[in-house]
Structure formats: structure tokens, C-alpha cells
Design a binder for this molecule. Structure first.
Ligand code: HEM
Ligand code: SF4
Length: 554
């Protein structure tokens, strides 16, 4: 795990002191809200529906127990005792008082965390596979590269006023858990003839014009990464549209100019700046890599795990759903669900955060991750420790066995918090989860990702949900549109719109009709929802969703 140098710590301290003075000037009225806005946005502070909101970066989703404890302390001291983990590996505090923000930032700095570049038109928190450094299917740990990009991009003078926000995601595994194709730049680590490098994908993004990223370079050697990224962002900085906010993202730049023209400009710029990268970046990367060395894994008997697995059906169900293969023998990756059936997706109370921090220290080499699906991961747990760990998760209401299932829903804050929302997201997620919990079907249904956004900005990733739900306002009434067949993996696909939307009262039953249709239409229980959808297409689901239209036509 990366730790700050003296330079990093001094930089954060200085930044916080500057912001403290700016907050004071806002409070005493010498700055208007309009004047204060660009200053606060440079420090992750939004103004939401009911209060300010502070967004804190968790770089590539990685943190240790001490950092998690600090997030809990902040939630208790300056918020309402909980925090909201987001799809971009951030945590959001929804209820801070403006006067407390500088103290919150100082508290974060004590554990080497901050909120810089979590908002504004700049390169945002660099995200990565939440199973990085642990997954059995991984080629290489993407986090050192993500850290290198973070260091290069933080406060980079050329990139503080980009046409729009800019998101980079990195994966080190062929099974993409970082949604690289829905990012401004997606990097997929590859190895070709023994040479380490990247596939570079550009121009993906969701929002009002969803697009799957295009391959800009099919193989970029590792040492060329930073100059190449610098070339991409520079070209975007010059070429990106500033006349229309909605056309300012790089996906539109690439779309309007064509990928070939865009590539030619990047190559030209790259040729110019490549000589300026003389190898210091590679030395830096080597140092960062040392910080990410794998922990010392232990060898221990698996008897306790096997006994619990055989004798305890609750443990078995949780183990079958919430564990993923680890690369080290005897180890597992544990996903802790923040999606208890009636809970707010992604919320954790301070007490739960402290439990997770303790579990990481006791059983998980002091490492935690935040997933883009709003769950928390303990990446390195020996299987012999799982029965004890599960018991403690149960006590803290953190043992819901639903990872990847229908109730493991991503939901944006929607109308409960967000100033841009046109509909609620959280209650819809809660109702769907509760309905399928009552039906006791979710394990039979198998992998199925529902994602919900409360407006077209698509923070809830609905376009890449197997079932996507978009809440809109139709003449003052909430209306929910359904898309089907979306996918955020290496085969990323934008879902297809199923037809007219549903009211808040109807949407859960509409989802139920889709799922019941799937259960009838699937070839075998092993065929997932997405596979069935890809085999038979939209029409049969449409028929199930709108039975009255079928009846009219008959
Ligand atoms: C409540 C405060 C929030 C505000 C004001 C906000 C605002 C926005 C806006 C304006 C966009 C559209 C940007 C564009 O496409 O140009 C957007 C997109 C997005 N936001 Fe949020 N958001 C908020 C919370 C969240 C949360 C809680 C999450 C995670 C659960 C999130 C994750 C995302 C993601 C993943 C996108 C995808 C669009 C893309 O960049 O391709 N946001 N947000
Ligand atoms: S999708 Fe819309 S409603 Fe939901 S958080 Fe994003 S901006 Fe707010």
C-alpha cells in the first residue's frame, strides 16, 4: 500500500490551510457562494439539496484499518454517523456543516487522505479493480500504475481546467471489474511476447450520451504510459468543446473528430513530448511497486473452514456467494455486502466501518477495498479464519449473502440527497431488494445486476446494468425507464430501452415480470440473465413487461 512522502504530507497540509482561509471568508460573507464555488469544488465540496456534501477519494479503492477508522470518526463527529460509498471508490458525507469542513480535511490528512480532485473539471480519483493484487485471474496488480497516474495528475498545472471532468480506470485482469470501457480513459494491462503494456481505451462514458470506449492503441509498452496519457489529455484539453457543457466530455471529442483523427493528433503530440520523459517516472513506478508487495501469506489447515462449510448452511450460502478465488493457496477474497435488503445501497454506519477495520486487522493483513459496486472487500483472508470472520460480520449486520445477485443493487443518491435528481433511487432499490427477499428467489435467479440512477447523469451506471433503471420527472411525477442487456464487464454493452416507463408504484412489479420471464425462458439454471438476454433479445422481455400491449394487438 502506498504511503505519503514528506512532500505529499506538506502539500496536503498547505492545501488544507488555504482552504480553511477560504471557508472563513465564505462564512464571514467576504466571498459569495458563487465566488466560493470554484474554490470548494477544487476540494471535493458540493452543495446538495439539503446540505454541503464532502466527497473523499479512496485511491484505487484501497485503504487500511486506520484509515477506515478515521472515516468512521469523521462520520460520528461531523456527520450523522454514517457515510456513503460510491461507484467511483469515494466516500461521501452528506450532512457536514461548512465550518467543520477544514477540520474534516485535517482529520483525513492525519491518515494520508484528502478530497482534492474529487470534483471539478480535472482528472478525478483513479479507479482500479477492487480485487487487485489478490485475484487468481490477474496478470499484474494495477494499483502501482494507478498510483503513478494519481501522482502525475494531482495538481498537474496543465490539467486543472479541462473542458470537463476526466475519469481514468485501470484493470490488471482480463475479467474487467473496473468498467474500463465506460471511462474517459480505460487501461487494460496486457503482456505481449514477454513485454508488459496496456490496451488503451478512450472515450467511454455514461451520462446523457452513453458510449462504450474505443481502442486507441492496442498495445502500449509500459514505459510509454505517462507520455502517452499526457498526449491524450493535452489533445483533449485543446480539442474538447467548451461551448456546450453536455458536449465537453472526451467521448464527444472522439465521436465528432473520429477515432483515427484523434489518434493521429495524440501520436503527433506524443512524438513531441516523449523525450521529456527520461525514465524518472519508471524509477518512481519501481518504488511504488515495492510499496504494493504482497503480504506474507500464511499456511494453515483448512479443517475449520471445511467443517463450517459442511455443517452450517448459513455460512455455506454466504461463502458460495461472497467469496472469490484468491491467487494464494488457502486464501479467499471476501466481499462484504453493503446491501442488506432494506438498507441504503453503499451506506455504512460508523460502527460497521469500525468492525470492518477490525476484521481487516485481525484477519485480512490490514487491507480493505471499496468496490465500484458499493461494497467493501477484504482482499486477503485465510480460509481458516472465515468462520470467525463470518460470525462477526453477522453481529454487525454485514453478512448479507447477495454479492452479484438481484439485491446487490447500485443506486445513486437520487432525490434523497442530490440537487440534480429528478426521481428517487434509494427507495426503489430498497423495494426491489425487499420484494425478491420475500420471494426467496434470489439465489435461484443467480447473477443479475440492477443499477439505478435518479437522472440522466447516470451516476448509478444504469446503462451498464443487466437491468437498468433511470428515474425521470414526467410532469411532476416520477417515472422509471427500464433498459435491458447492459453490461459493464470486458464485453461492455449499453442496455436497450424496453419501452415506456413505469410509476414508482409499478416499477418493482415490472422488474418482477422481467425476472419471472427470465426464469421461464432460460435454457438451464446455469444460464444467467445476461446470457439468456443475449440469446433471445429484447422481444420476449418486452412481451412480459407490457402484457396489455400484447392483449391489444391480439
Ligand atoms: C450527490 C451528488 C452528485 C452529483 C451532484 C453528481 C453529479 C454528476 C453529474 C453532473 C454527472 C454527469 C457528468 C457527465 O456525464 O458529464 C455525473 C456522472 C456520474 N457520477 Fe455523479 N453525482 C453525484 C453523486 C454520485 C454518486 C453517489 C456516485 C456513485 C454512486 C456518482 C458516480 C457517477 C458516475 C459513475 C457518473 C457516470 C458518468 C460518466 O462520467 O461517464 N455520482 N454525476
Ligand atoms: S444520477 Fe443524477 S440524481 Fe443520481 S446522483 Fe447522479 S446527478 Fe444525482
Amino acid at each position: 500500500m502506498y504511503s505519503y512522502t514528506d512532500f505529499d504530507s506538506a502539500f496536503i497540509k498547505e492545501r488544507n490551510a488555504q482552504f480553511r482561509a477560504q471557508v472563513e471568508r465564505r462564512i464571514d460573507g467576504s466571498l459569495t457562494e458563487d465566488e466560493f464555488k470554484p474554490l470548494r469544488l477544487m476540494n471535493g465540496l458540493y452543495l446538495q439539496l439539503h446540505a454541503y456534501m464532502l466527497r473523499v477519494a479512496i485511491p484505487y479503492g484501497t485503504l487500511n484499518g486506520r484509515q477506515m477508522d478515521k472515516l468512521a470518526d469523521i462520520a460520528d463527529r461531523w456527520d450523522k454517523g454514517y457515510g456513503h460509498f460510491t461507484t467511483r471508490q469515494n466516500i461521501q458525507y452528506n450532512w457536514p456543516e461548512l465550518r467543520d469542513i477544514p477540520d474534516m480535511l485535517d482529520a483525513l490528512a492525519e491518515v494520508q487522505m484528502h478530497a482534492i480532485q474529487t470534483s471539478g473539471n480535472t482528472i478525478r480519483n483513479v479507479t482500479a479493480d477492487h480485487f487487485a493484487g489478490a485475484a487468481a485471474d490477474e496478470i499484474a496488480d494495477p494499483r502501482p500504475v494507478a498510483e503513478l497516474i494519481r501522482q502525475w495528475s494531482t495538481d498537474h498545472p496543465e490539467f486543472q481546467f479541462l473542458p470537463r471532468k476526466f475519469k481514468v480506470a485501470v484493470t490488471g485482469s482480463p475479467n474487467d471489474r473496473a468498467v474500463t470501457k465506460a471511462h474517459d480513459i480505460g487501461l487494460r494491462m496486457l503482456e505481449r511476447d514477454g513485454v508488459a503494456g496496456f490496451e488503451v481505451i478512450v472515450g467511454g462514458g455514461l451520462g446523457r450520451t452513453p458510449m462504450i470506449g474505443k481502442v486507441l492503441k492496442d498495445f502500449l509498452p509500459r514505459e510509454d504510459l505517462l507520455p502517452y496519457l499526457e498526449a491524450i489529455v493535452s489533445v483533449y484539453n485543446l480539442l474538447g468543446r467548451r461551448d456546450n457543457k453536455y458536449k465537453a466530455r472526451i467521448k464527444i471529442t472522439v465521436h465528432e473528430n473520429g477515432i483515427d483523427d484523434f489518434r493521429a493528433r495524440v501520436e503527433e503530440r506524443y512524438a513531441l513530448i516523449r523525450p521529456q520523459f527520461g525514465g524518472i517516472d519508471q524509477q518512481l513506478l519501481a518504488g511504488i511497486e515495492a510499496d504494493f508487495a504482497a503480504p506474507k501469506f500464511k499456511t494453515q489447515s483448512l479443517a475449520a473452514f471445511e467443517a463450517a462449510y459442511t455443517n452450517d448452511p448459513v455460512f455455506r450460502s454466504w461463502a458460495d456467494t461472497n467469496l472469490t478465488d484468491h491467487r494464494a493457496p488457502g486464501y479467499a477474497i471476501v466481499s462484504i455486502s453493503l446491501k442488506a435488503h432494506a438498507a441504503t445501497p453503499g451506506d455504512a454506519t460508523s460502527a460497521q466501518m469500525r468492525v470492518m477495520a477490525d476484521l481487516a486487522r485481525d484477519y485480512g493483513h490490514d487491507e480493505l477495498r471499496i468496490s465500484h459496486e458499493q461494497n467493501v472487500i477484504l482482499p486477503h483472508v485465510h480460509k481458516s479464519d472465515l468462520p470467525a470472520l463470518h460470525a462477526r460480520l453477522k453481529e454487525a449486520q454485514l453478512a448479507t449473502a447477495n454479492i452479484g445477485l438481484i439485491s446487490d443493487i447500485i443506486a445513486c443518491p437520487g432525490m434523497d440527497y442530490c440537487a440534480l435528481a429528478t426521481a428517487r433511487s434509494i427507495p426503489i432499490a430498497q423495494e426491489i431488494a425487499t420484494r425478491f427477499d420475500d420471494l426467496k428467489l434470489e439465489h435461484d435467479i443467480g447473477p443479475l445486476k440492477i443499477k439505478i440512477s435518479g437522472c440522466i447523469n447516470a451516476c448509478g451506471h444504469h446503462h451498464v446494468g443487466h437491468i437498468g433503471i433511470l428515474g425521470l420527472d414526467r410532469a411532476g411525477v416520477e417515472n422509471y425507464q427500464i433498459t435491458l442487456g447492459g453490461d459493464g464487464s470486458e464485453d461492455a454493452t449499453i442496455g436497450e430501452r424496453a419501452g415506456p416507463g413505469f410509476s414508482a408504484e409499478e416499477i418493482t412489479s415490472a422488474v418482477e415480470r422481467i425476472v419471472m420471464a427470465y426464469l421461464e425462458l432460460r435454457h438451464a439454471p446455469e444460464e444467467t440473465f445476461l446470457e439468456t438476454y443475449r440469446r433471445i433479445g429484447l422481444a420476449p422481455f418486452k412481451a412480459a413487461l407490457y402484457p396489455e400491449v400484447q392483449a391489444d394487438a391480439a
